[in-house]
Design a protein around this ligand. Structure first.
Ligand code: F0G
Length: 362
């Protein structure tokens, strides 16, 4: 089929974040922009949730699950893959708890380059694994955890012509900082608190960079306090030392030695915020509250900031009225096994009206 010359490559009802925030992105007219129209995700005001957590809070949910591959990773990946292609790279590689690999696989497919992913066997949610596979990445499971996988990937990318696309790649951070711009553009100001899950600690680093850049450009007049949350079984920053065998049901943040540890601490300290931890039980309660009270379905790791805000609120942390943005980093469909486990089971009835009316109770 021959397309007319002027046929657009994509629909422009939604634009990718490099195009939206071009002046803040390290691209030139020579950079090939590899995009799937990522970013511009909704900022949803969650009054029922706030009502259940604290009368002092106005809570917004930055629903990052609505990115093209279902997580915030697409923000960083559009930048990282665009720059890799600009620099002539033919292959990229990452270690992942699942979302980075899904995003790297999709953007590599779109760019027509190879993608290799190293994942911890048995600790990847089903949706994420299926994404990497269907996009044609070379998927290698290691009998080890994320931290071990990342060490191995760094050795390969240091020594062979393969581009690292973990968040140690500075272009990942550049793309991901756009989330902060969108929040400020939507609110007309920065929130009082920015609540975020912390795993490998790239995203808290990126958001803080974004807020600081917007502040320096006079787009906002104040900065938020960054409040990060790790899972209790995987909380190296909270404990102040690496965790050799991290554990949590929130597999996305099952990380014992975050690569961006120092810059996460800098974000915490410069903003006057904190990094705390929440138990798996607290995470799952928040996960169910989001789905049942607000109709917002996120994956367990994404519920950590909501669990954390709830924990702080019940300890009397929020003394004044405050606005909190919680970043919901990944979509609930990423981890269908967890949703099925946590919800009530479907009722089975024979295909007749009597049986149906009996269970409906009418
Ligand atoms: N939430 C989700 C859904 C994630 O997938 C991740 C990280 C985080 C939060 C934490 O972000 O690492 O920047 O502090 N996932 C990485 C991955 C590690 O491989 O997909 P972070």
């Amino acid at each position: 089929m021959v397309l007319p010359e002027n046929m657009p490559m994509v629909s422009h009802t939604r634009i990718g974040l490099i195009e939206r925030y071009r002046e803040f992105m390290p691209v030139t007219e020579k950079t090939p922009i590899i995009s799937l129209m990522e970013g511009s995700t909704p900022l949803i005001r969650a009054d029922r949730l706030a009502g259940a957590i604290s009368p002092n809070l106005t809570i917004y949910l930055k629903y990052e699950g609505l990115n093209p591959t279902g997580s915030f990773k697409d923000r960083g990946m559009t930048m990282a893959i665009s720059k890799a292609v600009e620099e002539g790279s033919k292959a990229v590689m990452c270690a992942s708890t699942g979302n980075t690999s899904a995003s790297a696989a999709a953007y590599s497919a779109r760019a027509g380059i190879d993608c290799i992913v190293l994942i911890p066997k048995g600790n990847i949610a089903l949706g994420k694994l299926s994404q990497s596979m269907i996009h044609g990445a070379k998927v290698i499971q290691i009998e080890g955890n994320f931290d071990e996988a990342l060490t191995m990937v760094r050795k390969v990318t240091d020594n062979y012509p393969v581009t690292l696309v973990n968040s140690l790649n500075p272009y990942r951070i550049e793309g991901q900082k756009s989330g902060a711009f969108e929040i400020c553009d939507a609110l007309g100001t920065a929130p009082d608190f920015h609540a975020i899950p912390v795993g490998n600690a790239g995203n808290i680093t990126a958001y803080w960079k974004g807020y600081k850049e917007y502040f320096a450009h006079g787009k906002i007049k104040r900065l938020p306090k960054m409040i990060g949350f790790q899972a209790a079984g995987s909380a190296p920053i909270v404990h102040g030392h690496p965790i050799a065998q991290p554990e949590t049901i929130a597999t996305a943040i099952r990380i014992g030695n975050p690569a961006s540890w120092k810059s996460a601490e800098a974000a915490r300290d410069e903003s006057g915020g904190l990094i705390d931890m929440v138990t798996d039980e607290e995470i799952l309660e928040a996960y169910k509250m989001l789905a049942s009270m607000e109709g917002v379905f996120c994956e367990p790791a994404s519920a950590a900031p909501v669990a954390g805000v709830r924990k702080l609120a019940s300890a009397g942390f929020f003394k004044e009225p405050a606005t909190v943005v919680c970043v919901l980093t990944g979509h609930g469909l990423k981890d269908p096994d967890m949703a099925i486990k946590m919800a009530s089971k479907p009722i089975t009835v024979p295909a007749n009206m009597d049986a149906l009316m009996k269970v409906l109770g009418y």
